[in-house]
Write a protein that binds this ligand. Structure first.
Ligand code: MN
Length: 724
């Protein structure tokens, strides 16, 4: 355990200007506030914030961070208030403690494991001051080191999983590998002790088999470098059990196949020496060309720099060598914290502000650089989203600018339809209130409430808008049907007939209307021509009085379908026929499921827009479940020109390696498909996920292409896309 004077001395050793008094006051305040609270281990609780402050001092952080480390649990776990902290320790410390307290309140529930990425984004969003995150990471690291003291297994597991899914990746993103490695390994120890045990045993066996071979190899490397004229220090480090495990799982490799269990590090004094050292090693040992990476000329987004090279080293062993300068080495170990320590040694040019913090904030605020910085995170999403909670702690992700009504609809359509009020963080707010990150939102409902057209002006989510519109539409249906009734009455009178609902009941089937009201509403909305209704009701009258345009005898309607996105359109064939449509209705093919000939299809009537054709298994159809009156039973007409081509959409996951795209397009081309459009929706180091639009003859043709692609090794999964 670190003592008060040790903590102060440690801080003063790297920051002579540190506010000693402030640290001492925080020490005493925290000790008093935690009083005789104890931890699960039985230790005094106060030891925990003290250890956290000590760890922050290891990273050579500023006084504000150290003080925050000491105070970080006082608001959450003792009677202390933010106001009091602000009074005693100033605004900056109060804000930092508030930030850490908010992060502490977040909990990843088991059923939300798939939301890990959202949680990471949330944590980042809430850590606008990166020191909040640094304190939280040290807090978590100390909790993980003492996790064994917690007796309840489910609680240990939850904390370990949260560490693995949220905090270790965050440590990696800001480049603090030492924290990342230890967090991962401690989590691994609790989540999968057997797997870890077996890897540790294999490592020990490897060590005893090879004797001191790692030691020998580093001595040999050192000797080669000295002979070549480069002063270097050669270190070696065994990969952590968790990294080995992950590699074995991800790459599906056996322990023996891993060549980089021990990484050798060549530390030199400057950048030029890095390349000279590389030259010497490549001269003396055979290099493995596909294992070479120059992160010095192109650093990783988190600032990491090194040259990586695989060589057949001393004793003919395949090894990985990482060449870097002392400074680069510090950045690799301590990430952003190293920049701070590094700057510390230089005269401050811009007052007490910390340059590296500002740089990092700049990165977080600049969406484009941030995207690189966060590697796999789509930063635009992160900046466009807010993350809020239900009173029970469920995480609801909404677009930026979302209101309480959007939140209500996101929980459940019924809650949205009947919401009357909202409380955000305990305060009553109007329904139009715009939500912020971390807000806890409590919605109150009333069975007599209905959606208001007003809401449409401020909601931003599609779901809320669709529900509100739907409600308005039902209300409009009544209005439209009144208009339709007047139109029909007028037409009947004009033709010398008495208007009667009975007459219309006879033709409901022809127009696929469930009721006279619906039929009249369609007429009123202009979806069905009043003349068509009339002539269907009185076919003889129509034939005798005015020549009608010809309808195909079997009821199929030939509708012009503009295939503007299809490049090699066949001249003279601009139409696709579909059976079961209502005459004169406009037809669209749904963009979500891309129906193609041979698919089982269904039509959805959309007010003012006609009919949209979906595949029967399209996910979009779920939102029409409650309005069966809009469903039309349709099918492909067999009189279609067999040469008509359709555009189908597939979603595929491809290995991210040279030539995989080429293979993909070759296979499609060989099977007479034509790639129409291609969109990468997600990419990672190993794989990318894409949507591909392929022009084909029919569903059989597309299935053949999918089968051919499945047989291709670079393609991991491929399927029809039915939504999105
Ligand atoms: Mn804590």
């Amino acid at each position: 355990m670190i003592r008060q004077y040790e903590l102060v001395e440690k801080v003063k050793s790297y920051d002579p200007g540190a506010d000693e008094d402030l640290i001492n006051r925080a020490y005493v305040y925290s000790m008093k506030a935690h009083g005789n609270q104890t931890r699960a281990s039985g230790d005094a609780y106060f030891l925990h914030p003290l250890e956290v402050a000590g760890m922050l001092a290891e990273f050579r952080l500023d006084t504000g961070s150290i003080v925050t480390g000491l105070l970080h649990d006082t608001v959450e776990d003792t009677g202390a208030t933010l106001e009091e902290l602000r009074e005693l320790f100033g605004d900056e410390v109060a804000q930092l403690v508030d930030g850490v307290t908010k992060l502490t309140k977040l909990e990843l529930r088991d059923d939300q494991a798939k939301q890990a990425e959202n949680f990471r984004k949330l944590v980042l969003a809430m850590s606008k001051d990166i020191r909040v995150l640094l304190v939280k990471l040290c807090d978590r690291l100390h909790n993980m080191r003492t996790l064994g003291a917690i007796s309840k297994e489910s609680r240990r597991t939850r904390i370990a999983r949260e560490t693995l899914e949220i905090y270790a990746p965050l440590a990696e993103r800001i480049g603090i590998n030492s924290i990342k490695d230890e967090l991962e390994d401690l989590a691994f120890l609790h989540l999968n002790p057997d797997a870890r045990e077996s890897i540790v045993a294999r490592l020990e066996q490897l060590r005893s088999d090879g004797g001191d071979s790692a030691e020998q190899i580093s001595t040999d490397l050192q000797k080669s470098l000295t002979e070549g004229g480069v002063q270097a220090e050669v270190l070696y480090r065994e990969k952590r059990p968790y990294s080995i495990w992950r590699k074995m799982v991800n790459k599906n490799q056996a322990f023996e196949q891993l060549s980089d269990i021990v990484a050798f590090r060549v530390i030199v004094s400057d950048k030029a020496d890095c390349y000279q050292a590389l030259g010497i090693l490549h001269d003396r040992y055979a290099s493995l060309p596909d294992r070479f990476k120059d992160y010095i000329s192109t650093p990783k987004p988190n600032g990491y720099q090194s040259i990586h090279s695989g060589i057949i080293g001393p004793s003919k062993r395949r090894i990985e060598v990482q060449i870097r300068t002392e400074d680069m080495h510090k950045v690799a170990e301590y990430g952003v914290a190293a920049h701070w320590a590094y700057k510390q040694g230089q005269p401050r040019q811009d007052g007490p502000e910390y340059q590296w913090l500002r740089e990092l904030l700049d990165i977080l605020e600049d969406a484009q650089r941030a995207e690189e910085f966060l590697e796999h995170t789509k930063m635009e999403l992160f900046q466009d989203e807010v993350f809020c909670f239900t009173p029970k702690g469920r995480l609801i992700t909404l677009p930026q600018g979302a209101s309480a009504v959007d939140f209500a609809y996101a929980i459940h359509s019924d809650i949205g339809d009947t919401c009357v009020g909202a409380r955000v963080n305990g305060r009553h707010v109007p329904l139009r209130h715009v939500l912020q990150n971390g807000d806890q939102v409590d919605i109150s409902t009333s069975r007599t409430q209905t959606p208001s057209p007003e809401w449409e002006r401020f909601v931003v989510t599609g779901k809320a808008r669709a529900r509100i519109r739907r409600f308005i539409r039902t209300r409009q249906r009544d209005e439209y049907s009144e208009v339709g009734r007047q139109i029909m009455q007028k037409l009947f009178r004009q033709e010398g007939y008495e208007f009667g609902e009975r007459t219309l009941e006879r033709v409901l089937k022809e127009f696929r209307s469930p009721s006279v009201t619906d039929l009249l509403a369609s007429v009123g909305a202009g979806l069905i021509a009043s003349r068509d209704v009339f002539s269907t009701a009185f076919p003889d009258h129509a034939r005798n009085n005015q020549p009608n345009r010809e309808l195909p005898a079997d009821g199929a309607t030939v509708i012009p379908f503009e295939r503007n996105r299809t490049r090699n359109r066949k001249a003279g064939d601009p139409t696709i026929a579909i059976r079961g449509l209502i005459p004169n209705m406009a037809v669209h093919f749904a963009r979500c499921c891309h129906p193609i000939r041979g698919d089982r299809i269904v039509g959805i009537v959309t007010s003012g827009k006609g009919v949209t054709i979906h595949t029967i298994d399209c996910e979009t159809l779920e939102s029409f479940q409650e309005s069966p009156e809009r469903w039309l039973d349709v099918s492909w007409d067999n009189r279609n020109d067999p040469d008509t081509r359709f555009v189908g959409r597939v979603s595929a996951v491809l290995a991210n390696e040279p030539g995989s795209l080429g293979t993909l397009s070759t296979v499609i081309g060989k099977n007479s498909g034509n790639i129409n459009n291609l969109k990468i929706v997600n990419r990672s180091v190993d794989f990318f996920e894409m949507l591909i639009d392929i022009e084909v003859d029919d569903v059989k043709h597309l299935n053949n292409i999918i089968a051919a692609l499945r047989a291709t090794p670079v393609i991991s999964t491929i399927d029809r896309a039915h939504a999105g």
